[in-house]
Design a protein around this ligand. Structure first.
Ligand code: FAD
Ligand code: NAP
Length: 329
């Protein structure tokens, strides 16, 4: 049966930003409710080693997120497995509808819905999604033992995925549209030294080629960005790693966005264009998009929410000397 729950602070999202907000909001006695969404633990659950989380020389992404969840819970945050499908930013309290049928009303909201993988938008990519085309090496790499694989992209994700896939594949070809990688230098170094990885510069994916029965990938057709020449490369797996888009579906017509769709926050704060709604993490951040920066913003959002709620409380209760004054016309 569906129910309505009220909280002082509703946290939407369970990545580093959401769980950190959960820790801080709990310690501020806001009795927060955190709704996890379709990907409990967020993007780090799709990777393996994380080497830049302070305090851990190396930690597995999924393990780190299990620890963050446990930490938020231990502080008193209520964690709910639901997906918010609608957020009313005009009503007070704010009203969020869950996919479960439950309704959440909240005096303040912390949005921490992060980002999702981008796709190239090719028909053949769509056709073979889940049948040879993937955006998650950690999830699907295991299926390509001893086979040839291509990875598309030139950022940290593409390079990490290419390196990770060498654990399974006989050969990995990294296909990038330029001849310069965005990835950190340490990752570039590992990539270029890896004998199983070949890099193909100035190329874009034109088409994924495969069989219909059973559905499966056999090759990719790539185009040289300067000469237009088409080449076919054998591959059983295609990993698209061309970045992520902020998950703004809930608020795209309701909050101010900028930088290609990221939620705009007042500089140095997590305040959005609607008072009482705060945003943290990759959802707001086109520049850094790291676990530690997202966690930092989660902390800021909880502190911002706490202060804002205190101000609302102060404003709602008239000062003693003003309480008996007649209302001015
Ligand atoms: P996310 O982690 O994206 O989490 C978003 C959360 O919002 C999810 O839990 C999702 O379920 C939830 N959500 C979305 N919509 C809804 C909804 N409607 N209702 C309820 N919940 C919703 N960073 C590093 O610092 N080090 C690394 O080594 C590193 N490796 C990475 C490897 C990969 C493959 C990827 C993809 C990213 C990596 N990053 C790394 C980046 C890092 O994962 C992100 O910066 C970080 O996870 C962002 O945290 P976040 O809390 O903003 O959002
Ligand atoms: P990204 O940094 O935005 O890189 C996307 C890459 O894909 C770029 O090289 C881009 O090419 C290419 N690309 C984009 N659209 C394309 C298209 N239509 N066709 C072909 N190529 C295309 O994304 P990311 O690698 O997913 O990283 C996202 C964020 O997470 C970054 O901030 C990153 O630092 C972080 N992250 C960190 C780690 C880590 O710290 N170890 C690991 C993974 C991710 P151009 O270069 O030509 O634009």
């Amino acid at each position: 049966m569906s129910e309505t729950r009220h909280t002082k602070t509703l946290i939407i999202g369970s990545g580093p930003a959401g769980y950190t907000a959960g820790v801080y909001a709990s310690r501020a006695m806001l009795n927060p409710i955190l709704v996890q969404g379709i990907e409990p633990g967020g993007q780090l659950t799709t990777t393996t080693e994380v080497e830049n989380w302070p305090g851990d020389t190396e930690v597995q992404g999924p393990d780190l997120m299990v620890r963050m969840e446990a930490h938020a819970k231990a502080m008193g945050c209520e964690i709910i497995g639901d997906i918010i499908v609608e957020l009313d930013t005009e009503s007070r309290p704010f009203v969020a509808k869950g996919d479960s049928g439950n309704t959440y009303t909240a005096d303040s909201v912390i949005l921490a819905t992060g980002a999702r993988a981008k796709w190239l938008g090719l028909d053949s990519e769509e056709k073979f999604k889940g049948f040879g085309v993937s955006a998650c090496a950690t999830c699907d790499g295991f299926f390509y033992r001893g086979q040839e694989i291509v990875v598309i992209g030139g950022g940290n994700t593409a390079v990490e995925e290419a390196l990770f896939l060498t654990n399974f594949a006989s050969k990995v070809t990294l296909i990038h549209r330029r001849d310069e990688l965005r990835a950190e230098k340490i990752l570039q170094d590992r990539l270029l030294k890896n004998p199983k990885i070949e890099t193909l510069w100035f190329h874009e994916l034109e088409e994924v080629v495969g069989e219909d029965n059973p559905l499966g990938v056999e090759a990719v057709r790539v185009k040289h960005t300067k000469t237009g020449e088409i080449t076919e490369i054998p591959a059983k797996g295609v990993f698209v790693a061309i970045g992520h888009a902020p998950a703004t579906e809930l608020v795209k017509d309701k909050l101010e966005l900028h930088n290609g769709g990221y939620v705009k926050v007042k500089p140095g704060t997590t305040e959005t264009s609607v008072p009482g709604i705060f945003a943290a993490g990759d959802l707001t951040d086109h520049k850094y998009r790291q676990a530690v920066t997202s966690a930092g913003m989660g902390c800021m959002a909880a502190l911002d929410a706490e202060r804002w709620l205190a101000e609302q409380g102060d404003a709602a209760e008239p000062a003693p000397e003003a309480a008996n004054e007649p209302e001015s016309a």
